[in-house]
Structures are given as C-alpha cells and as structure tokens.
Design a protein. Structure first.
Length: 220
C-alpha cells in the first residue's frame, strides 16, 4: 500500500462530510497541522487516530488505510445526494432583536453525518447580525434540542419569556442566565437575566446550536 493512498482517503473523507482541516482536527482530537501532514506530505497515521476517525464518522479502517478499497475510490461511486438528508425547518429565529418564532412546513438538506450525530436536530432560520461571527444572517442553524446548558458559553437557541426566540452564547449564572452576542457590531449588548430581581423574564432553553447550513438562494 502506498502512503499516498492514506492521504487521498483522508482528504476524500474530510471533504465528503463537509469538514475544514481545522474542524476535522477538532473532531479527531489532533492539530490542524497534523491533518495537513496526513493529506499532503504522506505523514503516517496511527491506529489510535484511525479509530478516532472511525468513531466520529461512518467510515471503516479500510476506508482510511486501503488503496484498493479506500474511501477515495469508494466515494466516487456514492451519489452526492446520499451524503445528505432532509430535515425540518421550523420557522424563524432572531439572532438580533428577538422575534416571535413562526413554524413553517419546509425541509432542507444537511450532511448525513450531522444528522447521525444529532438525530433529533432541526433547523431554525437566523435573522439578524448579533451572532454574525459564527452564524451569517439568513443561514439555517442546526439545533440539537435540550433543556439545560451543558456547554457553558456555547451558542443556544432560547425562548425569552416563553414565546420570543433568539440565538446567543449562553452562560449559566448561579440564579439566572447571561445572553452574549458574538457579532462584528459591538453595539449589541450582553443581556443578564437575574432571577433574584423581581419581574425578570424567564429563559427557556430550546437547544444547542451545533452547525449551520446556507439556503440555496443565499448570497453575500
């Protein structure tokens, strides 16, 4: 087996499932430089890292290590449509001033690997620029439903006072929440909801934002 087969297979796997070198490195638990070496310089990959890729993605040992049965050759026989799955798009969600969430009956494709990882996930349309460093205005945020904050500081979709929906980085406080924008516009304020203060609006967690896709008519 030629070492270039490993490079080709890893490159094909990463691109097939829609990862950048940086995001693929984070998924596997290595550095971006390591991924680059795997793909371009014939740098060998340990069995530990092969197992990490196989655990993170629906691929096999041969997909990575084989020249004859590797992913680079296999992927050419997989129709592009089979690497995506349609999931529901449930209305709109503000990433600026909160707006009322309105359900709609639409579906949009996401990479099947993301659906496999988050089988109960759904899409919410982002409107506004308060999160535009990570979520472009007009994109569809993939939300993994949950009721608690398990990753403090990550982006979450939340309901404010039961009906208004927004996406912000959420920090759980001792008795409340802090909603933090992640925007190129510094005028968006941090919002603090302190339940020690009478009349504080209730924050309800919808789910954690784990990915996003762009609509087919999206443009710069």
């Amino acid at each position: 087996m030629k070492q270039s087969a490993i490079s080709n297979n890893i490159y094909a796997i990463r691109n097939h499932y829609g990862y950048t070198q940086e995001s693929f490195a984070k998924l596997v638990g290595v550095s971006q430089v390591t991924v680059s070496k795997w793909e371009t310089s014939g740098h060998d990959i340990s069995d530990k890292n092969v197992r990490a890729i196989c655990n993170a993605l629906p691929v096999t040992y041969d997909d990575i290590k084989s020249e004859q049965n590797g992913f680079a050759k296999k992927v050419n026989r997989i129709p592009l449509a089979e690497s995506f799955v349609d999931i529901p798009l449930y209305g709109s969600i503000a990433a600026g001033t909160p707006i009322e969430m309105i359900s709609v009956d639409e579906y949009h494709p996401v990479p099947i690997v993301m659906h496999d990882r988050y089988p109960n996930s759904f899409l919410l349309r982002v409107k506004g620029t308060s999160m535009d460093r990570i979520l472009p205005d007009g994109c569809y945020a993939l939300v993994d439903p949950c009721k608690t904050i398990e990753h403090n500081g990550d982006p979450y979709a939340v309901c404010v006072n039961g009906y208004d929906a927004t996406i912000k980085r959420v920090r759980k406080l001792n008795n409340g929440f802090e909603l933090v924008p992640d925007s190129t516009d510094p005028t968006y304020p941090v919002q603090t909801f302190n339940y020690n203060e009478p009349g504080t609006e209730t924050i309800t967690i919808i789910g954690r934002v784990v990915y996003y896709v762009l609509p087919f008519d999206w443009s710069f």
